[in-house]
Write a protein that binds this ligand. Structure first.
Ligand code: ZN
Length: 491
């Protein structure tokens, strides 16, 4: 497989350039200019102490899928302690560095999907919607994870979606269409770098793509020394440095709905870090809060807040790790925004997160329960934390009946009428919580605004200002190409 990588050609020159640029950056950083909010954190001494003029050895790249700026602001309201006067900062706020532009290079669409957005983050190239790390001519593009593996670093992919979903896939697979999930799983196993599987740690959902129907990939990984785990306890007890963890058949359940046996995003991240950090040459780890987007699509504000909470925990944990391991850079950003979330709707200047705090289950969870044949009234009463209007309950029951009829007639799993009836049911279930919280939505798809970028650790200022989504990968390639540790070890 031949890769396009214009960054690899300029190692010596860019090394000198990067060293001088970084040196300058950190001189001004240490002297406190232009880093006001970091100075308050007492971080200047940390950076002075390690004389940090080199690139990060380890990179934790975090993607809040669909986490547009409205999501970050809404979560600030939601997570606020109501007993204090001012709106408290989230874990993200103090690490805000800038924004990312997200537009794809698609012949028809100028708002990105997660495949084109992920490809930009992973490879430094814009491409068409649906592309998994291939360019517009369907040629493979090298990912930062593949570069890390070439350099002998350890590598990991952690997500709450299927591990074959677009955002994780772009790091270790190359296919022309994101729906080719069997092929993506096959490439995870078959495609090797220096005789090794590309990702040492693969954690998330999507077991259906690794079983008998797709060549028993779990067995094959185990034969090659990987632990295969399917729940939180097994993950905690995993001893091997390499692990395949698949915790659900498809996407993992949302944090608010998940059984205790399910690992949370932060559990998976911790397990990944404990394995990857054993390699002296460092690591690259991608961590995705996937279900922020998957809740945004059906306009499920309860699900969105649940998953923002899960992603914030994982982010804070990565920051804590970086504070203890000074050679680790943490970057968190989003690939796009989803749903056109708005913080208030109607004529009132009010958004009411208290209503969301009362909810016991996400709208998506209640929809699935009713779609699977459970009694609508019982599901709603168990999932809602406040009085559900009786007129609306009638609408839910009608929608449930319509869905049942569509299901009975449907010939395939992705029948269009079933999908439409499911959307109608979910809208009916969620109307009271969207109204009560004053949450507005404009679409079931993505929106094109710039997204926030947060960073902490060596070279964090490379992510400052308004950047292109491809710049994240370009920075990481630069760090790895000029990584003194791994380049020495290569020779
Ligand atoms: Zn999406």
């Amino acid at each position: 497989m031949s890769f396009i990588n214009k960054f690899g050609k300029t190692t010596v020159a860019s090394s000198i350039l990067a060293a001088s640029v970084l040196g300058t950056t950190h001189v001004s950083f240490a002297s406190g200019s232009g880093e006001g909010n970091q100075g308050q954190q007492g971080q200047n001494e940390d950076y002075m102490a390690i004389g940090n003029t080199k690139n990060p050895k380890n990179v934790i790249f975090m993607v809040g899928d669909g986490m547009g700026p409205a999501y970050n602001s809404a979560y600030r309201y939601y997570a606020d302690n109501p007993n204090t006067k001012e709106l408290d900062q989230t874990a993200f706020d103090k690490y805000l560095k800038g924004t990312n532009r997200t537009n794809p290079n698609d012949p028809k669409e100028n708002v990105t999907d997660s495949a084109a957005g992920g490809t930009a983050f992973a490879t430094g190239y814009k491409t068409y919607n649906g592309a998994i790390s291939v360019d517009n001519n369907k040629k493979p593009l090298k990912s930062v994870l593949e570069k890390a593996k070439e350099l002998g670093k350890s590598t990991g992919i952690v997500t709450t979606a299927e591990v074959t979903d677009a955002t994780p896939a772009v790091y270790a697979a190359h296919v022309d269409d994101r729906d080719k999930k069997d092929e993506i799983a096959q490439q995870f196993y078959n495609d090797k770098i220096n005789g090794q599987h590309k990702a040492d740690v693969i954690l998330g959902g999507g077991s259906k793509y690794f079983g008998k129907e797709n060549g028993n990939l779990t067995d094959k990984f185990q034969k090659d020394g990987y632990d295969y785990v399917t729940n939180k306890d097994e993950l905690a007890n995993s001893q091997s440095d390499q692990v395949l963890g698949l915790f659900s058949e498809k996407n993992m359940p949302l944090q608010i709905d998940a059984p205790q046996s399910n690992p949370l995003l932060v559990d998976m991240e911790n397990s990944a870090l404990s394995k990857l950090e054993k390699n002296d040459k460092g690591f690259f780890l991608m961590v995705e809060g996937a279900s922020i987007d998957k809740s945004g699509h059906p306009n499920d504000i309860t699900g969105v807040m649940s998953e923002m909470g899960g992603f914030e925990k994982a982010f804070q944990n990565a920051i804590d790790y970086s504070n203890k391991h000074k050679d680790t850079l943490v970057v968190a950003t989003a690939d796009h925004s989803t749903g056109g979330l708005s913080i208030a709707k109607g004529k009132d200047y009010v958004w009411n997160p208290e209503a969301i705090h009362k909810m016991k289950h996400s709208g998506s969870y209640m929809t699935k329960q009713i779609a699977d044949g459970k009694d609508p009234e019982k599901v709603i009463n168990d999932g809602y934390g406040f009085e559900f209007p009786s007129k609306q309950m009638d609408k839910v029951k009608d929608a449930a009946k319509e869905l049942k009829e569509a299901q009975d007639k449907a010939k395939s799993e992705d029948d269009e009428k079933v999908a439409a009836a499911t959307t109608k049911l979910q809208d009916a279930i969620q109307k009271p919580i969207n109204d009560e919280s004053h949450t507005g939505w404009t679409t079931y798809g993505h929106t094109g605004e710039d997204v926030n970028t947060y960073a902490h650790g060596p070279s964090e200022n490379k992510f400052a200002g308004n950047n292109d989504n491809t710049d994240s990968a370009k920075n990481i390639f630069d760090f790895f190409n000029n990584d003194v540790t791994s380049n020495q070890n290569q020779q």
